[in-house]
Structure formats: structure tokens, C-alpha cells
Design a protein around this ligand. Structure first.
Ligand SMILES: *[C@@H]1O[C@H](CO)[C@@H](O)[C@H](O)[C@H]1NC(C)=O
Ligand SMILES: *[C@@H]1O[C@H](CO)[C@@H](O)[C@H](O)[C@H]1NC(C)=O
Ligand SMILES: *[C@@H]1O[C@H](CO)[C@@H](O)[C@H](O)[C@H]1NC(C)=O
Ligand SMILES: *[C@@H]1O[C@H](CO)[C@@H](O)[C@H](O)[C@H]1NC(C)=O
Ligand SMILES: *[C@@H]1O[C@H](CO)[C@@H](O)[C@H](O)[C@H]1NC(C)=O
Ligand SMILES: *[C@@H]1O[C@H](CO)[C@@H](O)[C@H](O)[C@H]1NC(C)=O
Ligand SMILES: *[C@@H]1O[C@H](CO)[C@@H](O)[C@H](O)[C@H]1NC(C)=O
Length: 764
């Protein structure tokens, strides 16, 4: 069987290749998403699909409709040559013609991603009463393994009345696979079929059944039932449960071996919206795009209008700055942090020195030790990464091998060592990986160590004629401090699309997360790995996103009338930015203080989020006015919002007026003053709140809050402004960070502040 995690790459390459071919061979067809101004449909067409057909016929006799949409977007997906796509763009009523994209599930199992370690078991804050049982979370992912105990519906009441979805049957999946926990399941593959050809049915099931594991993992993280004694080979043994263990799950399988295509994702989103889910969880990403070019953002806008919370992964492209995906202000953008749980596995060298690492392999090894490059058969410089075929079995047999990270999946390297007759592996971080460690379910005794330890071990290896090593795994350790730490792979700000919107919004656990798995895939991404597990431990912003989706469901259950913006505000303003001892959250890529560009408002605090005191609320018109502030043309606005909206020529719109719970301050060229305005809604008891603001660049910027005391009756709204004044011509630092807190002496309503000179992406 093919692995899932490796293929998206191949697929992306294929897609690029096809795109290249398209450029030279103008008759090659590829899939386009066509956004249409439905409001301009001539009366003569009874139904929009007839109109869409006629638009399509006008440019191509042979084009097939892949999908017609009416909810997530207005328009259709079809196969066109680049020439036809161009001419379609000029048709009446056509707003935008976007090429299909491939989204990736965001685990760190692909070598491309950098990794790290592990917080408080947040599930303790989740309830096990009936709270949340009327809330439905839609998961757009690789499907579901329905037999998992995490989807047991014991004790669950009747299916919520607002549910409109269904349980589709397909290969190895029947209606009976759904229950009162997993209430619906659908699958979407027409886009895949059109772009990639028929699915390889030997490894992929044409049904909602998860043949990968990722979707089962994210669904059970968001809303899995309580399972006692869940573990992976004994690791992390304990009670597994989703963040909202009483919430219902609706599954939308939109990802296949080669990735998740826009047209399928949009179709899944369209159904999730019409099925009446309350939260949509999207552990997928690509790269940040302007909102009218970002089909996922456009679909999320439609969901937001219906009161659905859309929670998304921030991306695994860290520690590179400006590496976020899913940055639209109507989405929740979730970064990843570690837990207080670790899986230590130490290595002791022949000279007695010990180094700490991590592993999910139960077993020890003691043997002579060799650098992979010294056992390399062919390529001296590639030999250090233990790639397939790079090791000489004669030299490796019976030995522990030191392998460098990079280029191939971490657990695959162990497989290569094992195949060459090795008995153990020490996996060393590159300089860029730093000290961040990810535990993997290796196939032989292994420890993954940080960059510094790796350097010391290499020194020992090259200076000793008869080096030896002993690898000892040491189970599961709790109470690791400090935790959480921002994962080095977690994508970072600033937001390149609208730097005034500070992203990510917050972080949640995304390193070494245990959750349910598919029995069709091994715990590693190695096809030859024959092990099958009920739970797996994996890492990525794919894992942090469903934590926030589940928590959003709990807040929705407690406050059914709250808008998606109010729910996000509650999650953000109660997030914490310091450890209990007062020290600030750290970043694992640097082992230094993290900033709001890494953690946004901070680490989610489920208990506090249920009762935030004040919220920064937003309505659909606020987002429309935001688009006006971006100087969007009428067409661009209609593409995003699926309706005509006229910006008032006499009105002054400002991006800094969007009532967002954070402050992305940008001093454009020569600007001396930036003013943000906000409105707080009291969702608690009557109280008086005072503002305090702190910033780490007091000599460069003065911050004034007006008024700085607000007295609220219950449900009352009050507005304030924050004015940032540049004190010096040349700021000493190109960027700075701060925090605004409103407090009544009991509750703290906190907002992060970032201050930039010049816009990111436009060259500072
Ligand atoms: C969950 O239920 C158990 C047993 O009924 C109870 O002891 C525990 O306090 C409950 N936890 C929460 C967070 O309500
Ligand atoms: C699906 O396959 C599994 C084994 O692979 C089997 O146990 C189960 O009964 C099958 N279910 C359906 C609905 O075909
Ligand atoms: C997990 O913990 C439970 C309860 O402590 C114990 O009974 C069980 O044997 C443990 N399982 C493993 C695999 O360690
Ligand atoms: C391994 O290779 C390094 C150079 O990469 C060399 O300095 C060292 O002597 C070699 N060690 C052995 C045991 O061959
Ligand atoms: C394993 O854990 C135990 C108990 O926490 C500790 O005493 C021991 O030193 C650890 N061993 C290694 C090799 O880290
Ligand atoms: C929009 O246009 C106005 C007037 O030309 C300009 O002042 C403003 O900076 C523009 N806003 C953005 C976000 O480009
Ligand atoms: C808020 O400020 C007022 C006056 O500045 C002060 O009397 C009051 O104690 C403050 N309240 C809190 C909760 O800090």
C-alpha cells in the first residue's frame, strides 16, 4: 500500500508538472473553480445550474461540470484549457476563475515539516455531563474509522433536531456505521477523479471510511467519547477523550491519497453548511492568499454568515516568519504548542555521557555505534540521512546508526536502518530544527535528539575508534516544565495578507497528541510497517485545530446565541501568555520568549473561555466593511461574500476599525499615528473594567486608551480607541509587541498587540 503522507508531495509535483505542460500545451485541461455573480442571472434561466451550463457551453463544447455550488460559493468547478479559462473570465456574470489547488493535511509526518515536543491535559476541563450534546462538529478530512471506541454513542441522547445531513454508504461503509455520536458521514471525490483520474481502489475506499488515520485522529480530538486505557504501545496510557466528548461528529471525507482538492473541499463545506453543523474543523492548509483568491476563505465566509464557527490549522511552515495559511479574519487560525507530557528515551555513549531524547518505540538497544555517512554505500553527502538504499548492510549489521533528520520521513529512516540489519537509531535534529523533538512510533529502538546533543554525539563518534551506544526508552513522563512551548513547526506571523489582523489567533496542543486511528494504516508512514493500532500519537497544527473546534463547540453549547466572532473572542481574550510562575511562554525553535507572532493571544484556556466577561463581537456587515476598507472592487467583494455590497463613497472605512480581539499595528511609511477602534460587549454581570497596556518598545511608541475605564450594565456595549504614536523617526527595533488588558479585578480580557514599521511582504 502507498503511504498517504508521502504522496501529497508527489501529487503536488505532478500538479506543477501538469501546470507547466498546460503552459506549453494549450489544449491540456485542468480544473478551475468558477465564481459567478448569481444576482446577474437572466430571468430566462429557471435554475442557476442551467445558467452555469450555458456560460460553460459558451466557451467549451466539451467541458464537463465537475460540481455546481450554491452555498459555500456561487459557481461551479469544471475542466478547461487555459485558453477557455481566460475567455470564461470575460463572460458576463463571471467574477473569478481560480485554478484548483491541493490542500494538505497538516501533520508533521512529512519530512518537509520541522518538529518538536509536547500541556495540561486540557480534557480535564471538558465536561462529561450532557453539555454540548446539541452541537455538531463537521470535520473536513480523510474520513472516519467508525469502529473506534472514540465514536461509541453509549449514553448519548437523540440526534439534535437541527441536523439535516446523512450517512452515505460506500465501500466497507454502511448507514449502520453512523450512530448518535458520529451522526453523519459523506465523501467527495469528483474533483479528485477529474484531476487525478480514478482512485487506486486497492488502497483507497470510495466511502467515508478513513484509510489514512488523519481524519479519525482529528474527529476524535474534537469530540471523541471517553475511552479508558487508550495508549500506543503502552505510551500515553490513560483516558482519551475529545475536547467536547458529548458533541456530535459529522464527517466529510474530502482528502485522498494525493491530497485534498479545492473542488472537493468546497463541496464538503457546502454540504456541512446545509447539513446545519455548528462548527467546521479544517485541519488543512496551503499558503496565505488574498481572500478573493482563497476558496477555503470564501467557503468559510458563507459558513460564518450562517453562524458556523470555522476553525483552521495555522500551518506547519514554522519557524519561518510570515508562514501562515488560513488567515481570513472570519476564520480561527490555530497554532500548535506542546503538552506537559513527554516520551523520554535516553542514549548513553561509551564514554558514559548521557543525552536525553524522545521515542515511541518500546525497547532498548546496546551495540557499537556508527555514523550513517560512514556506512554509506554510494552518495557520501546524502549518506547521513539514512535514505532508502543509502546504507551498506555489511557495515550496519548489528549496529546503532546515527541519522540526520531531513528529506525523508523520520520513521522511514528507522525502517532503512532496520532493513540494513541495524539494531538501533539515534536521530539528530538539523540546526534549523533546533531543540524541538517529535516522538514517533519507530520500528526499532530509537531516540530523537536535539541539535546540540547531536553535535556532541557526532564529536564522540568521530574521535573514538570503537564507539558504542546504549538506547533506553523510559515510558511516558508527565509534568514536563515548562509547558506549553510553541512548537517550532507552528507557522508564524506576521500576516502577509492583512498585517493589521494579527495571526495566528491562538495556540492549542499540537505535539505528540494521542487520538483514535484507522486500522488500515500503520502508526508510521511506512507502507511496510504491518503494525495496526487503535490510537496513534502524531503532531502538527492539524492536531491543534480540532482542540479549538471542540472547545468552540462547548462554548456554543453554553451560549447558543453567540456569534462565531464572540466565540473566537472568548477563546482569545482568556488565553494565557505566561506560565504559573509568571515567566512568559517560550518558543521551542529558539528556547527563548515567544511573541504574539508565534502564539497570537496565547494558549487556549478552556475553563476561562466559557466565561470571558467581555467579548469583541462582529457581524457580517462588519466584515463587508472590512473588505471596503481593503479597497476591494465590487467584483472582489461579490466573490467573497456572494452578494452585491456597495461601499459608501463618502464613508471612511478603516481596517483598524474591525472589531478584532487583537491589534496588528502597522506604521506605514511616514505615519506617526495609528488609531484602532473597538467595541466591547458585556456578556457577564454588570461591572467596571479598567484598561492596562504594556509594550516592549516604550521608547518607540506611546499607547493611549480612551476611555480607559468602562462601566457596563449587563449586555451593554461600550467603545474605546487605542492610539499608537511613534515617538522616534527611526525605531530602534523594526517590530515590537505588547498587550492590552481590561480587568474588573476578577476577569482579565486580554488582547495581544504587534507593532510593525512597513508592511510585511511589501518589503519593510
Ligand atoms: C465526570 O464524571 C465523573 C463521574 O461521573 C465525575 O467524578 C467527574 O467530576 C466529572 N467531571 C467533570 C469535569 O464534570
Ligand atoms: C469493513 O471491513 C472490516 C475489516 O476490514 C470489517 O470488520 C467490517 O465488518 C467491514 N464493514 C463493512 C460495513 O463492510
Ligand atoms: C493502562 O492503564 C491501565 C489502568 O492504569 C492498566 O490497567 C493497563 O494495564 C495499562 N495498559 C498499558 C498497556 O500499559
Ligand atoms: C567516519 O567518517 C568521518 C568523516 O565523516 C571520519 O572522520 C571518521 O574517522 C570515520 N569513522 C570511522 C569509524 O570510520
Ligand atoms: C527513567 O525514569 C526514571 C523515573 O522517572 C528515572 O529515575 C531514570 O533515571 C530514567 N532513566 C533514563 C535513562 O532517563
Ligand atoms: C484604500 O484607498 C485609500 C484611498 O486611496 C487609501 O488611503 C488607503 O490606504 C487604501 N487602503 C488600503 C488597505 O490599500
Ligand atoms: C479602576 O480604576 C479606578 C480609578 O482609576 C480605581 O478606583 C479602581 O479601583 C480600578 N479598578 C480595578 C479593578 O483596578
Amino acid at each position: 500500500m502507498e503511504t498517504f503522507k508521502k504522496k501529497p508531495f508527489a501529487a503536488i509535483l505532478v500538479a506543477f508538472f501538469l501546470a507547466l505542460c498546460d503552459a506549453t500545451m494549450q489544449n491540456q485541461k485542468s480544473t478551475y473553480i468558477v465564481h459567478v455573480a448569481k444576482s446577474e442571472m437572466p430571468d430566462s434561466f429557471g435554475h442557476h445550474s442551467h445558467w452555469y451550463d450555458s456560460i460553460l457551453k459558451s466557451v467549451s463544447d466539451s467541458a464537463d461540470m465537475v460540481y455546481t455550488y450554491d452555498i459555500a460559493i456561487q459557481g461551479f468547478a469544471t475542466r478547461l484549457t487555459p485558453e477557455e479559462a481566460l475567455s470564461l473570465k470575460n463572460r458576463n456574470g463571471v467574477l473569478k476563475v481560480l485554478p484548483e489547488k491541493i490542500y494538505k493535511p497538516l501533520t508533521t509526518r512529512t519530512p518537509h515539516f520541522l518538529g518538536l515536543d509536547i500541556i495540561n491535559d486540557m480534557s480535564i476541563a471538558s465536561s462529561n455531563g450532557s453539555e454540548g450534546s446539541d452541537v455538531i462538529i463537521g470535520i473536513l478530512d480523510t474520513g472516519v474509522w467508525p469502529e473506534s471506541k472514540s465514536f461509541d454513542d453509549k449514553g448519548m441522547g437523540p440526534i439534535p433536531k437541527h441536523w439535516r445531513g446523512k450517512c452515505e454508504s460506500g465501500k466497507n461503509f454502511t448507514k449502520e456505521n453512523c450512530n448518535k455520536k458520529m451522526i453523519g458521514a459523506r465523501f467527495f471525490y469528483k474533483g479528485h477523479l477529474a484531476s487525478m483520474g480514478p482512485l487506486d481502489e486497492s488502497s483507497q475506499l470510495l466511502s467515508p471510511r478513513d484509510d489514512d488515520g488523519h481524519g479519525t485522529h482529528t474527529a476524535s480530538t474534537a469530540a471523541g467519547s471517553v475511552v479508558f486505557g487508550a495508549n500506543l504501545f503502552g505510551f500515553a496510557n490513560g483516558t482519551a477523550r475529545g475536547m467536547a466528548p458529548r458533541a456530535r461528529i459529522a464527517v466529510y471525507k474530502v482528502c485522498w491519497d494525493s491530497g485534498c482538492l479545492t473542488s472537493d473541499v468546497l463541496s464538503g463545506m457546502e454540504k456541512a453548511i446545509s447539513d446545519n453543523v455548528n462548527v467546521i474543523s479544517v485541519s488543512l492548509g496551503s499558503s496565505a492568499l488574498d481572500y478573493d483568491e482563497d476558496s477555503l476563505a470564501i467557503g468559510a465566509f458563507a459558513a460564518m454568515e450562517k453562524g458556523i464557527v470555522v476553525s483552521c490549522s495555522a500551518g506547519n511552515e514554522g519557524p519561518k516568519p510570515s508562514s501562515l495559511s488560513n488567515v481570513a479574519p472570519w476564520m480561527i487560525t490555530v497554532g500548535a504548542g506542546t503538552l506537559d507530557r513527554d516520551f523520554p528515551a535516553g542514549v548513553t555513549l561509551g564514554n558514559g555521557k548521557k543525552y536525553r531524547g524522545v521515542s515511541l518505540y518500546r525497547g532498548d538497544a546496546s551495540a557499537s555505534f556508527i555514523l550513517a555517512e560512514n556506512a554509506s554505500v554510494a552518495y557520501p553527502d546524502m549518506g547521513s540521512k539514512c535514505e532508502t538504499g543509502s546504507l551498506d548492510p555489511k557495515k550496519v549489521k548489528g549496529k546503532i546508526v546515527l541519522c540526520d533528520r531531513g528529506d525523508t520521513p523520520r520513521s522511514e529512516k528507522g525502517f532503512v536502518v532496520k532493513n540494513a540489519g541495524g539494531v538501533g537509531m539515534v536521530l539528530v535534529n538539523s540546526k534549523q530544527d533546533g531543540e524541538g523533538l517529535v516522538a514517533d512510533a519507530h520500528v526499532l529502538p530509537t531516540t530523537a535528539v536535539g541539535y546540540k546533543a547531536g553535535q556532541a554525539i557526532k564529536k564522540y563518534l568521530s574521535s573514538n575508534p570503537k564507539p558504542t551506544a546504549k538506547i533506553e526508552f523510559n515510558g511516558t513522563k508527565l509534568g514536563i516544565k515548562p509547558s506549553p512551548i510553541v512548537a517550532s513547526f507552528s507557522s508564524r506571523g506576521p500576516n502577509t495578507i492583512t498585517p493589521q489582523i494579527l495571526k495566528p489567533d491562538l495556540i492549542a496542543p499540537g505535539v505528540n497528541i494521542i487520538a483514535a486511528w484507522s486500522r488500515l494504516k500503520p502508526p508510521t508512514d511506512i507502507p511496510e510497517d504491518t503494525r495496526r493500532v487503535d490510537f496513534n500519537i502524531i503532531s502538527g497544527t492539524s492536531m491543534s485545530c480540532p482542540h479549538v473546534s471542540g472547545l468552540a463547540a462547548l462554548i456554543k453549547a453554553a451560549h447558543p446565541d453567540w456569534s462565531p466572532a464572540a466565540i473566537r473572542s472568548a477563546l482569545m481574550t482568556t488565553a494565557y501568555t505566561a506560565y504559573p510562575d509568571g515567566k512568559k511562554l517560550q518558543d521551542s525553535s529558539t528556547n527563548k520568549r515567544a511573541t504574539p507572532f508565534e502564539f497570537g493571544a496565547g494558549h487556549v484556556d478552556p475553563g476561562a473561555a466559557l466565561n470571558p466577561g467581555l467579548v469583541y463581537d462582529l457581524k457580517v456587515t462588519d466584515y463587508l466593511n472590512f473588505l471596503c476598507a481593503l479597497n476591494y472592487t465590487a467584483e472582489k467583494i461579490e466573490t467573497v461574500a456572494r452578494r452585491k455590497y456597495t461601499c459608501d463613497k463618502h464613508k471612511k472605512y478603516s481596517v483598524t476599525a474591525l472589531n478584532y480581539p487583537s491589534f496588528g499595528v502597522v506604521f506605514e511609511k511616514d505615519a506617526k499615528m495609528v488609531k484602532h477602534t473597538r467595541t466591547l460587549t458585556n456578556v457577564g454581570e454588570a461591572a467596571t473594567y479598567n484598561a492596562t497596556v504594556t509594550a516592549d518598545i516604550p521608547n518607540d511608541v506611546k499607547i493611549m486608551i480612551k476611555p480607559n475605564v468602562l462601566s457596563f450594565k449587563t449586555h451593554e456595549k461600550k467603545s474605546f480607541s487605542v492610539t499608537f504614536i511613534a515617538l522616534s523617526e527611526e525605531p530602534k527595533k523594526p517590530l515590537g509587541f505588547g498587550r492590552l488588558e481590561w480587568s474588573d479585578g476578577k476577569k482579565v480580557v486580554g488582547s495581544p498587540i504587534s507593532i510593525l514599521w512597513g508592511s510585511p511582504g511589501l518589503g519593510q
